[in-house]
Structure formats: C-alpha cells, structure tokens
Ligand binder design. Structure first.
Ligand code: ZN
Length: 308
C-alpha cells in the first residue's frame, strides 16, 4: 500500500492515494483493479473507494472534456416533469414542512432546478463546470453558483431542502460536503441523495466490474445503503427513508471512451427501449424488496432530515 498523499501518474494524469473517506482507516480489501485504479473496500466500515484518486485539477480537466459530449437536452421544447422528480419534490416539502428554498448541488445544466421552480420552489444550484453553469444561467435564467459547495460560503440556514443527483459518488470528501449541506439547512431541513448502489444485483450478480456505473475517473467512491446512511449520520442528518430501483444495465466503458476521441458509443434505440421497459417492469419488485430491507436496485434514493 502506497503512502497517503503520494502522487502517481496514470495515463498522464496525476492521482494520489487516499484513506477511507468515512472512517479514515487504511485497512482495505482490494476488490478488483481496472485501468490501473484499484477498487478497495474499507475493512472497518465497508466503504468502497477508488485508489489512487485523480487530483482535483485532473478531474476539473476531465469534466471540461466530458461536457463537450453532453447534449443540452432539457432546454429543447417545453419542460417535462418526470413523475419520479414530482414525487421527490413532494416528499422534500413534506419533510421540510414547506415548499420553500431548494439548493441542487452539482445541478449541471439545471434540469432538476427548472422542474422544482415550476412546482413552486425558489431554486439555487451549484456546479463546478463553468460551461454547464453558464448554460443554466444564460439559457434558463437560473441562479447557479460556480464551484464546490464547501467553497461557496452560502449563508447558514438559507435553504429548506438540499438535493444531490448523481453527485456524492464524485466527491473526494463526501462527509465534509454533506456536513456543508447540513450547515445551509435549518434543523429539520430536508436532504435527498440519488447515487449508484454498489450492493445492487446488477453489480453483484450481472455485470460485476464491467458495470458501466463503475465509471472511474469520475466516480471516486461507491455507496451502499449502509455506507450512505453512515455518511449522512456523520454529517448531521437522520435517515427518513431509503429505497433502491432500476437495473442500470449499461456496460459501456467510459474510461476507454475518454482515451478515444469518438467518445462513448451511442446505445441503439431498441436497447434503450428494452432497458426502460425492464426498469418500469421492475419497479414493483424493487419497491417490495426495499420495504423488506433488501436494497437490490442499481440506484439508491435516500431522504433524510437535519438533526434538530
Ligand atoms: Zn472506513
């Protein structure tokens, strides 16, 4: 095991060795190695992390490159309100006792902010990609602050709800960032997190290390319902509910796509339709299993409340 803080170069990018982001232990079990990056599980708290991890500067350069291949989908045509997002916002209002001020961390181009705004919330986003933030500001007229949440010094107790969609797995210090989310909420404020489930059937039994959600170098850590619950509790929240859903059967290798100028190969419309159909058909099964504490779906949806 290399020393923590030691820098190495992988594919011309700088990376460093890090301890467990939840309990700071150095005892690990290496689960597998892909593209020279080890996927390690902490022996003490079971948190899974990538080691070594790209430095903040290397990651920033990657996000810039990644942005160019994304489509600006949501600003075309009228705003669509997915039923899942409607349910998330209703539950946040329920936890916070109001439809008030909402902060979406890592809001990208502001799709969720637009939905929340349409449903009566006052919204602010944060985003580290300058290009995505500019798009959200200029095209959608949204209030998006550029930078990592903990560098923005937002006033304490200034929001009623904070959301993280596909963000916590990108954070080098997730507990630190979640604690900052707790600071901007009043006691009783609401939190929602959506992130891949490392304990899912898809990862454990179907795709293993070929699972497309294992898309280093963007993802630095991988949660399970147990480790995500521990992370929010360490940050000052109490769990309200946790469910998992979907299969997320994509196995395309984003790291390889990064080395290749053509980018990620598109999925055929018939494969996409099949995946959507499988997800829809599995909703009752994953919901039934989640009610029994079996969190088998590929994505975790967690609601929490800031401690009073
Ligand atoms: Zn640990």
């Amino acid at each position: 095991m290399a020393d923590f803080g030691q820098t190495v170069i992988i594919d011309r990018r700088e990376a460093t060795y890090v301890p467990c982001p939840l309990c700071h232990s150095s005892e690990v079990e290496t689960l597998f190695v892909r593209h020279q990056f080890a996927y390690q599980r902490c022996c003490r708290c079971q948190m899974v992390r990538v080691n070594p991890q790209l430095t903040a500067a290397a990651i920033k350069a990657l996000y810039r490159k990644g942005y160019e291949s994304k489509s600006r989908f949501h600003a075309k045509g009228p705003l669509l309100i997915p039923s899942q997002q409607r349910r998330i916002l209703a539950k946040l209002a329920d936890i916070a006792n109001q439809r008030g001020r909402l902060l979406d961390v890592g809001c990208f181009e502001g799709q969720f902010l637009r939905v929340a705004q349409a449903l009566g919330w006052q919204v602010v986003g944060t985003e580290i990609s300058t290009m995505a933030a500019s798009f959200a500001r200029e095209t959608c007229g949204l209030d998006v602050r550029i930078g990592a949440l903990e560098t923005l010094a937002l006033p304490a107790h200034s929001f009623d709800a904070v959301t993280f969609h596909d963000v916590v797995e990108h954070l080098p210090q997730p507990v630190h960032t979640l604690a900052e989310a707790a600071r901007v909420l009043p006691p009783g404020g609401a939190l929602y997190i959506w992130t891949p489930n490392f304990d899912s059937l898809t990862r454990r039994l179907i795709l293993g290390q070929q699972w497309g959600a294992v898309i280093f170098p963007w993802h630095l850590c991988y949660f399970t319902p147990a480790t995500l619950t521990r992370a929010i509790e360490q940050a000052g929240f109490e769990l309200v509910s946790i469910t998992t859903r979907n299969w997320l059967l994509d196995r395309r290798d984003r790291y390889l796509a990064l080395q290749n100028k053509a980018g990620l190969p598109p999925r055929s419309p018939s494969v996409l339709r099949l995946h959507r159909l499988l997800d829809r058909a599995s909703h009752p099964f994953f919901a039934w299993a989640s009610d029994r504490g079996w969190h088998l779906g590929a994505q975790i949806g967690l609601f929490a409340r800031k401690n009073r």
